[in-house]
Design a protein. Structure first.
Lengths: 212, 212
DNA sequence: GTATGTTTCATACGAACGTTTGACATGCTG
DNA sequence: CAGCATGTCAAACGTTCGTATGAAACATAC
Protein backbone atom coordinates (compact mmCIF):
# COMPACT_ATOMS: atom_id res chain seq x y z
CA UNK A 1 0.00 0.00 0.00
CA UNK A 2 1.12 3.52 -0.64
CA UNK A 3 1.82 5.61 2.40
CA UNK A 4 -0.06 8.82 2.96
CA UNK A 5 3.05 10.87 2.31
CA UNK A 6 3.84 9.06 -0.88
CA UNK A 7 0.42 9.66 -2.41
CA UNK A 8 0.42 13.28 -1.29
CA UNK A 9 3.71 13.75 -3.10
CA UNK A 10 2.41 12.00 -6.21
CA UNK A 11 -0.74 14.11 -6.26
CA UNK A 12 1.10 17.38 -5.84
CA UNK A 13 3.81 16.42 -8.31
CA UNK A 14 1.26 15.46 -10.92
CA UNK A 15 -0.40 18.84 -10.81
CA UNK A 16 2.79 20.86 -10.81
CA UNK A 17 4.49 18.78 -13.48
CA UNK A 18 1.48 19.17 -15.71
CA UNK A 19 1.31 22.90 -15.14
CA UNK A 20 4.97 23.81 -15.34
CA UNK A 21 6.79 21.01 -17.06
CA UNK A 22 9.42 18.65 -15.80
CA UNK A 23 12.53 20.72 -15.32
CA UNK A 24 10.64 23.84 -14.31
CA UNK A 25 9.04 22.07 -11.38
CA UNK A 26 11.28 22.04 -8.34
CA UNK A 27 11.23 19.49 -5.58
CA UNK A 28 10.75 22.32 -3.14
CA UNK A 29 7.59 23.38 -4.94
CA UNK A 30 6.28 19.83 -4.88
CA UNK A 31 7.02 19.18 -1.22
CA UNK A 32 5.57 22.50 -0.19
CA UNK A 33 2.38 21.85 -2.14
CA UNK A 34 2.18 18.38 -0.63
CA UNK A 35 2.90 19.69 2.86
CA UNK A 36 5.74 17.29 3.39
CA UNK A 37 9.39 17.73 4.10
CA UNK A 38 11.80 18.42 1.29
CA UNK A 39 13.74 15.24 1.99
CA UNK A 40 10.64 13.09 1.63
CA UNK A 41 10.97 12.81 -2.14
CA UNK A 42 14.48 11.44 -1.98
CA UNK A 43 13.50 9.18 0.88
CA UNK A 44 10.43 7.67 -0.74
CA UNK A 45 11.37 7.74 -4.41
CA UNK A 46 15.14 8.07 -4.47
CA UNK A 47 15.40 11.01 -6.82
CA UNK A 48 13.40 13.58 -8.73
CA UNK A 49 13.72 11.49 -11.86
CA UNK A 50 12.30 8.42 -10.16
CA UNK A 51 9.41 10.48 -8.83
CA UNK A 52 8.56 11.66 -12.32
CA UNK A 53 8.61 8.11 -13.54
CA UNK A 54 6.26 7.09 -10.74
CA UNK A 55 3.88 9.92 -11.56
CA UNK A 56 3.51 8.76 -15.15
CA UNK A 57 3.33 5.08 -14.28
CA UNK A 58 0.54 5.61 -11.77
CA UNK A 59 -1.65 7.22 -14.43
CA UNK A 60 -0.74 5.35 -17.58
CA UNK A 61 -0.89 1.81 -16.28
CA UNK A 62 -4.63 1.74 -15.57
CA UNK A 63 -5.37 3.64 -18.78
CA UNK A 64 -3.58 1.08 -20.90
CA UNK A 65 -5.24 -1.75 -19.01
CA UNK A 66 -8.63 -0.33 -19.87
CA UNK A 67 -7.58 0.29 -23.44
CA UNK A 68 -6.55 -3.30 -23.99
CA UNK A 69 -9.67 -4.62 -22.27
CA UNK A 70 -11.88 -2.53 -24.53
CA UNK A 71 -9.86 -3.56 -27.55
CA UNK A 72 -10.33 -7.23 -26.66
CA UNK A 73 -14.07 -6.74 -26.59
CA UNK A 74 -14.05 -5.06 -29.98
CA UNK A 75 -11.92 -7.84 -31.47
CA UNK A 76 -14.05 -10.53 -29.92
CA UNK A 77 -17.23 -9.05 -31.39
CA UNK A 78 -15.87 -9.07 -34.96
CA UNK A 79 -12.66 -11.08 -35.12
CA UNK A 80 -12.36 -11.05 -38.90
CA UNK A 81 -13.23 -7.42 -39.52
CA UNK A 82 -13.28 -5.45 -36.29
CA UNK A 83 -15.07 -2.13 -36.26
CA UNK A 84 -12.71 0.78 -36.83
CA UNK A 85 -14.85 3.04 -34.72
CA UNK A 86 -14.58 0.59 -31.86
CA UNK A 87 -10.80 0.35 -32.09
CA UNK A 88 -10.46 4.09 -32.10
CA UNK A 89 -12.84 4.38 -29.20
CA UNK A 90 -10.90 1.81 -27.20
CA UNK A 91 -7.73 3.75 -27.74
CA UNK A 92 -9.10 7.21 -27.08
CA UNK A 93 -11.81 6.94 -24.44
CA UNK A 94 -9.79 5.73 -21.46
CA UNK A 95 -7.15 8.39 -21.78
CA UNK A 96 -9.62 11.12 -22.67
CA UNK A 97 -11.65 10.36 -19.59
CA UNK A 98 -8.53 10.48 -17.50
CA UNK A 99 -7.45 13.72 -19.14
CA UNK A 100 -10.79 15.41 -18.57
CA UNK A 101 -11.20 14.24 -15.03
CA UNK A 102 -9.97 16.78 -12.51
CA UNK A 103 -7.33 15.54 -10.13
CA UNK A 104 -9.24 16.88 -7.18
CA UNK A 105 -12.05 19.28 -6.52
CA UNK A 106 -9.84 22.27 -5.91
CA UNK A 107 -7.64 21.93 -8.93
CA UNK A 108 -9.30 21.02 -12.20
CA UNK A 109 -5.96 20.49 -13.87
CA UNK A 110 -5.89 18.81 -17.23
CA UNK A 111 -4.06 15.53 -17.08
CA UNK A 112 -3.67 15.94 -20.78
CA UNK A 113 -1.11 18.57 -19.94
CA UNK A 114 0.79 15.94 -18.03
CA UNK A 115 0.58 13.38 -20.78
CA UNK A 116 1.93 15.78 -23.34
CA UNK A 117 5.21 15.77 -21.44
CA UNK A 118 5.71 12.23 -22.59
CA UNK A 119 5.88 13.51 -26.12
CA UNK A 120 7.76 16.72 -25.74
CA UNK A 121 10.22 16.42 -22.90
CA UNK A 122 13.40 15.17 -24.43
CA UNK A 123 14.71 13.72 -21.22
CA UNK A 124 15.52 10.06 -21.00
CA UNK A 125 13.35 10.13 -17.93
CA UNK A 126 10.35 10.29 -20.14
CA UNK A 127 11.62 7.96 -22.79
CA UNK A 128 11.77 5.18 -20.26
CA UNK A 129 8.27 5.88 -19.02
CA UNK A 130 6.99 5.94 -22.56
CA UNK A 131 8.60 2.73 -23.66
CA UNK A 132 7.53 0.84 -20.57
CA UNK A 133 3.97 2.01 -20.67
CA UNK A 134 3.14 2.52 -24.32
CA UNK A 135 5.17 0.34 -26.64
CA UNK A 136 3.22 -2.88 -26.32
CA UNK A 137 -0.12 -1.08 -26.28
CA UNK A 138 0.71 0.77 -29.47
CA UNK A 139 1.67 -2.48 -31.18
CA UNK A 140 -1.62 -4.11 -30.26
CA UNK A 141 -3.65 -1.26 -31.68
CA UNK A 142 -1.71 -0.99 -34.92
CA UNK A 143 -2.21 -4.70 -35.42
CA UNK A 144 -5.93 -4.37 -34.78
CA UNK A 145 -6.19 -1.57 -37.31
CA UNK A 146 -4.29 -3.70 -39.77
CA UNK A 147 -6.92 -6.41 -39.41
CA UNK A 148 -9.70 -3.89 -39.80
CA UNK A 149 -8.14 -2.27 -42.86
CA UNK A 150 -6.46 -5.12 -44.72
CA UNK A 151 -6.30 -3.26 -47.99
CA UNK A 152 -4.24 -0.45 -46.56
CA UNK A 153 -0.52 -0.29 -47.20
CA UNK A 154 1.55 -0.92 -44.14
CA UNK A 155 3.31 2.39 -44.61
CA UNK A 156 0.07 4.28 -45.05
CA UNK A 157 -1.38 2.58 -42.00
CA UNK A 158 1.55 3.69 -39.85
CA UNK A 159 1.20 7.23 -41.05
CA UNK A 160 -2.52 7.34 -40.38
CA UNK A 161 -2.17 5.79 -36.97
CA UNK A 162 0.37 8.50 -36.30
CA UNK A 163 -2.13 11.15 -37.35
CA UNK A 164 -4.77 9.66 -35.07
CA UNK A 165 -2.40 9.84 -32.13
CA UNK A 166 -1.65 13.44 -33.04
CA UNK A 167 -5.33 14.36 -32.96
CA UNK A 168 -5.79 12.63 -29.66
CA UNK A 169 -2.78 14.18 -28.01
CA UNK A 170 -3.68 17.62 -29.25
CA UNK A 171 -7.25 17.24 -28.07
CA UNK A 172 -6.10 16.26 -24.62
CA UNK A 173 -3.74 19.06 -23.92
CA UNK A 174 -4.65 21.94 -26.17
CA UNK A 175 -8.12 22.73 -24.95
CA UNK A 176 -7.11 26.33 -24.25
CA UNK A 177 -6.15 26.73 -27.89
CA UNK A 178 -9.48 25.39 -29.10
CA UNK A 179 -11.20 27.75 -26.71
CA UNK A 180 -9.22 30.72 -27.98
CA UNK A 181 -9.49 29.97 -31.69
CA UNK A 182 -13.23 29.44 -31.40
CA UNK A 183 -13.60 32.80 -29.66
CA UNK A 184 -14.69 31.12 -26.45
CA UNK A 185 -17.37 29.12 -28.21
CA UNK A 186 -16.04 25.65 -27.49
CA UNK A 187 -15.21 24.84 -23.93
CA UNK A 188 -14.98 21.10 -23.87
CA UNK A 189 -14.68 19.36 -20.55
CA UNK A 190 -16.30 16.12 -21.54
CA UNK A 191 -14.62 13.05 -22.95
CA UNK A 192 -17.73 11.81 -24.74
CA UNK A 193 -18.27 15.13 -26.48
CA UNK A 194 -14.68 15.23 -27.68
CA UNK A 195 -14.95 11.64 -28.84
CA UNK A 196 -18.12 12.37 -30.76
CA UNK A 197 -16.28 15.03 -32.72
CA UNK A 198 -13.11 13.06 -33.10
CA UNK A 199 -14.23 9.57 -34.12
CA UNK A 200 -15.95 10.46 -37.40
CA UNK A 201 -12.98 12.61 -38.32
CA UNK A 202 -10.47 9.86 -37.61
CA UNK A 203 -12.45 7.07 -39.22
CA UNK A 204 -12.92 9.08 -42.38
CA UNK A 205 -9.21 9.82 -42.43
CA UNK A 206 -8.25 6.21 -41.88
CA UNK A 207 -10.49 4.88 -44.61
CA UNK A 208 -9.90 7.57 -47.19
CA UNK A 209 -8.40 6.78 -50.55
CA UNK A 210 -4.66 7.17 -50.51
CA UNK A 211 -4.07 9.23 -53.60
CA UNK A 212 -7.16 11.17 -54.43
CA UNK B 1 20.87 44.10 -39.80
CA UNK B 2 21.62 41.45 -37.23
CA UNK B 3 25.08 41.44 -35.80
CA UNK B 4 27.23 38.37 -36.07
CA UNK B 5 26.97 37.69 -32.34
CA UNK B 6 23.22 38.06 -32.31
CA UNK B 7 22.65 35.50 -35.04
CA UNK B 8 25.16 33.11 -33.50
CA UNK B 9 23.19 33.28 -30.27
CA UNK B 10 19.89 32.77 -32.07
CA UNK B 11 21.23 29.78 -33.98
CA UNK B 12 22.64 28.10 -30.92
CA UNK B 13 19.61 28.89 -28.81
CA UNK B 14 17.27 27.48 -31.42
CA UNK B 15 19.02 24.13 -31.44
CA UNK B 16 19.34 23.83 -27.69
CA UNK B 17 15.82 25.02 -26.97
CA UNK B 18 14.46 22.49 -29.42
CA UNK B 19 16.53 19.69 -27.96
CA UNK B 20 16.13 20.37 -24.26
CA UNK B 21 13.14 22.61 -23.79
CA UNK B 22 12.89 26.12 -22.50
CA UNK B 23 13.66 25.98 -18.82
CA UNK B 24 16.15 23.14 -19.18
CA UNK B 25 18.29 25.21 -21.51
CA UNK B 26 20.64 27.49 -19.62
CA UNK B 27 22.09 30.71 -20.88
CA UNK B 28 25.52 29.32 -20.17
CA UNK B 29 24.87 26.38 -22.48
CA UNK B 30 23.67 28.72 -25.21
CA UNK B 31 26.56 31.15 -24.96
CA UNK B 32 29.10 28.34 -24.85
CA UNK B 33 27.59 26.70 -27.93
CA UNK B 34 27.56 30.05 -29.68
CA UNK B 35 31.12 30.85 -28.57
CA UNK B 36 30.13 34.17 -27.09
CA UNK B 37 30.34 35.64 -23.65
CA UNK B 38 27.70 34.83 -21.09
CA UNK B 39 26.70 38.46 -20.78
CA UNK B 40 26.02 38.73 -24.49
CA UNK B 41 22.46 37.44 -24.20
CA UNK B 42 21.47 40.04 -21.66
CA UNK B 43 23.27 42.71 -23.62
CA UNK B 44 21.68 41.94 -26.98
CA UNK B 45 18.26 40.66 -25.98
CA UNK B 46 17.75 41.90 -22.45
CA UNK B 47 16.82 38.61 -20.83
CA UNK B 48 16.49 34.92 -21.43
CA UNK B 49 12.77 35.35 -21.95
CA UNK B 50 13.28 37.97 -24.62
CA UNK B 51 15.79 35.73 -26.37
CA UNK B 52 13.28 32.89 -26.50
CA UNK B 53 10.72 35.23 -27.95
CA UNK B 54 13.19 36.31 -30.60
CA UNK B 55 14.01 32.71 -31.47
CA UNK B 56 10.37 31.92 -32.17
CA UNK B 57 9.67 35.15 -33.97
CA UNK B 58 12.57 34.68 -36.34
CA UNK B 59 11.18 31.36 -37.50
CA UNK B 60 7.45 31.84 -37.35
CA UNK B 61 7.19 35.21 -39.07
CA UNK B 62 8.39 34.04 -42.50
CA UNK B 63 6.40 30.82 -42.21
CA UNK B 64 3.17 32.68 -41.62
CA UNK B 65 3.95 35.10 -44.42
CA UNK B 66 4.30 32.21 -46.82
CA UNK B 67 1.19 30.59 -45.47
CA UNK B 68 -0.93 33.64 -46.07
CA UNK B 69 0.56 34.19 -49.52
CA UNK B 70 -0.27 30.63 -50.50
CA UNK B 71 -3.74 30.96 -49.02
CA UNK B 72 -4.35 34.10 -51.05
CA UNK B 73 -3.53 32.21 -54.23
CA UNK B 74 -5.89 29.40 -53.32
CA UNK B 75 -8.68 31.84 -52.54
CA UNK B 76 -8.08 33.81 -55.70
CA UNK B 77 -8.31 30.70 -57.85
CA UNK B 78 -11.73 29.71 -56.49
CA UNK B 79 -13.20 32.56 -54.46
CA UNK B 80 -16.63 31.02 -54.02
CA UNK B 81 -15.57 27.46 -53.21
CA UNK B 82 -11.83 27.27 -52.54
CA UNK B 83 -10.17 23.89 -52.69
CA UNK B 84 -9.86 22.26 -49.30
CA UNK B 85 -6.69 20.50 -50.30
CA UNK B 86 -5.19 23.82 -51.27
CA UNK B 87 -6.07 25.45 -47.98
CA UNK B 88 -4.59 22.57 -46.02
CA UNK B 89 -1.51 22.64 -48.16
CA UNK B 90 -1.06 26.35 -47.62
CA UNK B 91 -1.23 25.86 -43.90
CA UNK B 92 0.98 22.83 -43.66
CA UNK B 93 3.65 23.07 -46.32
CA UNK B 94 5.54 26.17 -45.16
CA UNK B 95 5.94 24.98 -41.62
CA UNK B 96 6.66 21.39 -42.61
CA UNK B 97 9.42 22.52 -44.89
CA UNK B 98 10.85 24.61 -42.12
CA UNK B 99 10.53 21.74 -39.68
CA UNK B 100 12.26 19.28 -41.96
CA UNK B 101 15.02 21.60 -42.99
CA UNK B 102 18.14 21.19 -40.88
CA UNK B 103 19.35 24.30 -39.13
CA UNK B 104 22.86 23.77 -40.37
CA UNK B 105 24.90 20.99 -41.90
CA UNK B 106 26.34 19.80 -38.62
CA UNK B 107 23.14 19.59 -36.67
CA UNK B 108 20.10 18.19 -38.43
CA UNK B 109 17.83 19.18 -35.59
CA UNK B 110 14.12 19.11 -36.17
CA UNK B 111 12.64 22.55 -35.95
CA UNK B 112 9.41 20.78 -35.27
CA UNK B 113 10.83 20.08 -31.85
CA UNK B 114 11.17 23.82 -31.37
CA UNK B 115 7.67 24.58 -32.55
CA UNK B 116 6.15 22.10 -30.15
CA UNK B 117 7.34 24.27 -27.30
CA UNK B 118 4.78 26.81 -28.34
CA UNK B 119 2.11 24.30 -27.46
CA UNK B 120 3.49 22.66 -24.39
CA UNK B 121 5.52 25.15 -22.45
CA UNK B 122 3.12 26.80 -20.09
CA UNK B 123 5.20 29.92 -19.69
CA UNK B 124 3.74 33.26 -20.55
CA UNK B 125 6.85 33.65 -22.65
CA UNK B 126 5.40 31.30 -25.14
CA UNK B 127 1.87 32.55 -24.89
CA UNK B 128 2.98 35.95 -26.07
CA UNK B 129 4.95 34.48 -28.96
CA UNK B 130 2.00 32.37 -29.95
CA UNK B 131 -0.55 35.14 -29.85
CA UNK B 132 1.63 37.55 -31.76
CA UNK B 133 2.56 35.10 -34.45
CA UNK B 134 -0.38 32.79 -34.83
CA UNK B 135 -3.67 34.35 -33.84
CA UNK B 136 -4.39 36.28 -37.01
CA UNK B 137 -3.10 33.51 -39.23
CA UNK B 138 -5.35 30.97 -37.55
CA UNK B 139 -8.35 33.22 -38.03
CA UNK B 140 -7.68 33.58 -41.74
CA UNK B 141 -7.47 29.85 -42.26
CA UNK B 142 -10.57 29.02 -40.26
CA UNK B 143 -12.46 31.58 -42.29
CA UNK B 144 -11.18 30.07 -45.53
CA UNK B 145 -12.27 26.62 -44.43
CA UNK B 146 -15.65 28.03 -43.55
CA UNK B 147 -16.02 29.28 -47.10
CA UNK B 148 -14.91 25.95 -48.49
CA UNK B 149 -17.25 23.96 -46.24
CA UNK B 150 -20.35 26.15 -45.90
CA UNK B 151 -22.56 23.28 -44.80
CA UNK B 152 -20.44 22.49 -41.81
CA UNK B 153 -21.52 23.59 -38.35
CA UNK B 154 -19.32 26.28 -36.90
CA UNK B 155 -18.68 24.13 -33.86
CA UNK B 156 -17.79 21.09 -35.92
CA UNK B 157 -15.51 23.20 -38.09
CA UNK B 158 -13.61 24.46 -35.08
CA UNK B 159 -13.16 20.94 -33.79
CA UNK B 160 -11.94 19.64 -37.11
CA UNK B 161 -9.57 22.50 -37.63
CA UNK B 162 -8.26 21.66 -34.21
CA UNK B 163 -7.71 18.05 -35.25
CA UNK B 164 -5.86 19.16 -38.36
CA UNK B 165 -3.52 21.26 -36.28
CA UNK B 166 -2.96 18.29 -33.99
CA UNK B 167 -1.97 16.09 -36.91
CA UNK B 168 0.36 18.71 -38.22
CA UNK B 169 2.03 19.43 -34.91
CA UNK B 170 2.47 15.77 -34.16
CA UNK B 171 3.91 15.11 -37.59
CA UNK B 172 6.43 17.87 -37.12
CA UNK B 173 7.86 16.90 -33.81
CA UNK B 174 7.14 13.24 -33.27
CA UNK B 175 9.09 11.71 -36.10
CA UNK B 176 11.05 9.54 -33.66
CA UNK B 177 7.78 8.03 -32.47
CA UNK B 178 6.67 7.22 -36.00
CA UNK B 179 10.05 5.66 -36.60
CA UNK B 180 9.80 3.55 -33.47
CA UNK B 181 6.20 2.41 -33.90
CA UNK B 182 6.83 1.44 -37.50
CA UNK B 183 9.84 -0.65 -36.44
CA UNK B 184 12.21 1.63 -38.28
CA UNK B 185 10.23 1.40 -41.49
CA UNK B 186 9.25 5.03 -41.84
CA UNK B 187 11.99 7.58 -41.58
CA UNK B 188 10.46 10.69 -43.02
CA UNK B 189 12.69 13.65 -43.67
CA UNK B 190 10.75 15.16 -46.48
CA UNK B 191 7.94 17.68 -46.26
CA UNK B 192 6.31 16.63 -49.52
CA UNK B 193 6.20 12.99 -48.49
CA UNK B 194 4.60 13.85 -45.16
CA UNK B 195 2.12 16.11 -46.92
CA UNK B 196 1.18 13.40 -49.37
CA UNK B 197 0.23 11.16 -46.47
CA UNK B 198 -1.41 13.89 -44.46
CA UNK B 199 -3.57 15.78 -46.95
CA UNK B 200 -5.91 12.93 -47.96
CA UNK B 201 -6.33 12.02 -44.32
CA UNK B 202 -7.19 15.55 -43.29
CA UNK B 203 -9.47 16.29 -46.21
CA UNK B 204 -11.42 13.10 -45.61
CA UNK B 205 -11.74 14.00 -41.95
CA UNK B 206 -12.86 17.55 -42.68
CA UNK B 207 -15.52 16.52 -45.19
CA UNK B 208 -16.84 13.47 -43.35
CA UNK B 209 -20.43 13.26 -42.21
CA UNK B 210 -20.81 14.51 -38.66
CA UNK B 211 -22.85 11.75 -37.13
CA UNK B 212 -22.31 8.60 -39.08
C1' DG C 1 9.60 -0.52 28.86
C1' DT C 2 13.04 -1.09 26.10
C1' DA C 3 14.69 -2.17 21.61
C1' DT C 4 14.26 -1.91 16.60
C1' DG C 5 12.96 -0.32 12.25
C1' DT C 6 10.62 3.33 9.77
C1' DT C 7 9.45 7.96 8.72
C1' DT C 8 9.87 12.98 9.37
C1' DC C 9 12.43 17.03 10.19
C1' DA C 10 15.66 21.15 10.10
C1' DT C 11 19.74 22.10 8.13
C1' DA C 12 23.62 22.12 5.16
C1' DC C 13 26.28 21.11 0.86
C1' DG C 14 28.16 22.12 -3.62
C1' DA C 15 26.66 23.26 -8.05
C1' DA C 16 24.20 25.79 -11.41
C1' DC C 17 21.05 29.33 -12.37
C1' DG C 18 19.85 34.45 -14.55
C1' DT C 19 21.55 38.78 -14.08
C1' DT C 20 24.71 42.78 -13.16
C1' DT C 21 28.87 45.27 -13.12
C1' DG C 22 32.94 47.78 -14.42
C1' DA C 23 37.02 47.38 -16.99
C1' DC C 24 38.72 46.93 -21.59
C1' DA C 25 38.88 46.76 -26.75
C1' DT C 26 37.18 48.60 -31.04
C1' DG C 27 35.48 51.74 -34.59
C1' DC C 28 33.40 55.85 -36.10
C1' DT C 29 32.90 61.13 -35.85
C1' DG C 30 34.24 65.67 -35.13
C1' DC D 1 43.82 63.16 -31.68
C1' DA D 2 40.09 63.28 -28.51
C1' DG D 3 35.36 61.91 -27.59
C1' DC D 4 31.92 58.70 -27.61
C1' DA D 5 29.11 55.12 -28.67
C1' DT D 6 29.19 50.00 -29.34
C1' DG D 7 30.59 45.29 -28.07
C1' DT D 8 33.11 42.13 -25.44
C1' DC D 9 34.95 40.15 -21.42
C1' DA D 10 35.99 38.02 -16.70
C1' DA D 11 34.20 38.13 -12.41
C1' DA D 12 30.91 38.37 -9.08
C1' DC D 13 26.03 38.95 -7.27
C1' DG D 14 22.21 36.67 -4.75
C1' DT D 15 19.06 32.73 -5.52
C1' DT D 16 17.57 28.38 -6.22
C1' DC D 17 18.49 23.86 -7.50
C1' DG D 18 18.83 18.40 -6.21
C1' DT D 19 20.77 15.82 -2.77
C1' DA D 20 22.74 14.27 1.74
C1' DT D 21 22.97 13.95 6.75
C1' DG D 22 22.04 13.14 11.50
C1' DA D 23 18.95 13.88 15.07
C1' DA D 24 14.13 13.57 16.56
C1' DA D 25 9.54 11.32 16.43
C1' DC D 26 6.93 7.44 15.70
C1' DA D 27 5.36 2.75 15.41
C1' DT D 28 5.63 -2.05 16.45
C1' DA D 29 7.41 -6.28 18.75
C1' DC D 30 9.44 -8.53 22.43
Amino acid sequence: MLSETKTRILDAAEILLAQNGLSATSMRAITEAANVNLAAINYHFGSKEALIHAVFARRLAPVNERRLAMLDQVLKANPKRPKIRGILRAFALPILETAFQPTNENCPVQLGALMIRLYTEPAQVVERSFNEQMASTARRFVSALHTALPKLDNEVLYWRTHFCVGCLVHTMHARPILLAVSNGTIQCDNAEEALEQMLPFLEAGLTSASNS
